[in-house]
Design a protein around this ligand. Sequence first.
Ligand code: MIC
Ligand code: SF4
Length: 646
Amino acid sequence: MGLTLAYKILESHLVSGKLVPGEEIAIKIDQTLTQDATGTMAYLEFETIGLNRVKTELSVSYVDHNILQTDFKNADDHRFLQSVAKRYGIWFSKPGNGICHQVHLERFAKPGKTLLGSDSHTPTAGGCGMIAIGAGGLDVAMAMAGQPFYLRMPKILGVYLYGKLQPWVSARDIALYLLSKLTVKGALGKILEYFGPGVKTLTVPERATICNLGTEMGATTSIFPSDEITYSWLKAQGREKDFVALSADEDAKYDEIIEIDLSKLEPLCACPSSPDNVKKVKEEAGKPVAQIIVGSCANSSLKDLLIVAKVLEKYKVHPDVCFEINPGSLQVLENLVALSAFKSILEGGSRVHQSGCLGCIGMGQAPPTNAISLRTFTRNFPGRSGTIPDFVYLVSPETAVASAVKGVITDPRELGEYPKIELPEKFIINDTLLLPPLPEEEAKKVKIIRGPNIVPLPAFDPLPEDLKGIFILKVEDNITTDHIMPAGAQILPLRSNLPAISQHVYKNVDPDFAKKALELKEQGLAVGIVGGENYGQGSSREHAALAPRYLGVRVKIAKSFARIHRSNLINFGILPLVFENPEDYNKIESGDKFVIKNIKSALVNGERRIKIEIEGKGEIFAIAEFTERERNCILAGSLLNLAKEN
Ligand code: MIC
Ligand code: SF4
């Protein structure tokens, strides 16, 4: 029986376990990436492990999220990160060099290798034939320390592409089509592997867009084969030596298959406020738009901005639209300039920003009140833009620019003939903002620079024998990490300061959450949270576990959990329990008192069924589905405690 590409790469990196769906496996990690919003914590964690240098083939620290410097905090973080990179043998991508995933694809992604990144969109590099997975900062710190990465072997969902996209339909529309079929939880526990004749019609950045958005479906990762198109991409980056041809066997056996005829797709959009609320652009056409942004790790490659430039050669941006461009990287920007495309972007009426995440994570670019904003971003979760309520649509660069010139949501096919776009055979490469690691002897002498906002991690107490407390919050399905630990210009700068950032947990859901939780913690009681399906979807931010833990959260009971958030909870000693009977969700209300007797002994004995007594309502049962490693981690109170014990 033939093998899938994902299987082959996992097999060549397997450290322990069996490659059987659902079984825990450990894989060797070749490369890591961090970004500044998750990176400061990841490096504080790496420091506590006490090594002299990273043990990976390559580790890169990017600064792309917190590049708004409203005071000393972000600037201090940048200096901390740069000094850590120098000290421990890590590449450092300076602010302005671009979004981690775009730069990684350009400069470092290698077919056949594994990459672990402290950002949920790390799978973008799957466009270049690698297994690239998003994880919490602590998992990435462990990988930098040479430890394998543990995960449950996903199922492999083969996506068979055939036909060719019609003019004005692009990679984003393929991903939106899949989102409409799979929803935000349809790819949980799965790897999306693309194959079939349609693959050859897509460039590497287009493949990367598709892999990037697999994250929004809950996928563990997404991957494309490495073929002659991958070779041309690497060659254009001056990296042809990194090429190896890789694909699934002809007779590969996928756990499931979805087929997509690319020629049948049309421009799609994700309506407010979920990436899977997908409709045809023509169904929404005619609605006035106030703001449009082309950017983010999903859609800000050279091709994405060239299409914008080509349209703006002919038309001007509508006077009532604020049309903004966030180039994916310095390389994209420089090549746009060299191709004279930047001129049309400027002359056409765009507002151009520096390369980085910017408004995608609410660092500026908030839309006006009661107005539609179209974005080529990854997520339109409620309030993520910074305006509450917001009306954010996710669209392709083609739909974005067509709507920008018309002033209303517009199907780009209305613009007539599709412009001819040629990508350079060789990109202009400028790595001056990308600093290589120092040699070991020199690195040892480097002093790490810490600003006053960089607060060391507190100690986390082990799991007590009984958990007695109150469920202080009950939330619905698909709660995102943006609900749990919001980002944006005021909160993101607090990522290295746990006591400060904790004050903002669940702020937009229950403004008193932090206060209530801390009061219970002071009384020695445990804080509990009740959730629905796919609890904790979205980002990899471990602060969505770390900060609640700091506030005294010890148990979350939900119908199901998103992969990265579940791992982060375990890494910081919070029990993620799943309702045995999902109907029991209706029995618990916020404010209910609970007791979980002998939970410690139950975990020590590997018991799966846990009794929870709810005051005045009787008992319910929850499933504690943990591997031995996960159980030990929860018992120790955190993975760091466990690592120290060992
Ligand atoms: C996001 O897109 O939500 C982020 C910001 O990139 C996060 C990481 C973070 O919260 O720092 C992610 O996707 O993992
Ligand atoms: Fe940055 Fe947005 Fe991509 Fe997250 S999704 S890495 S915030 S561009």
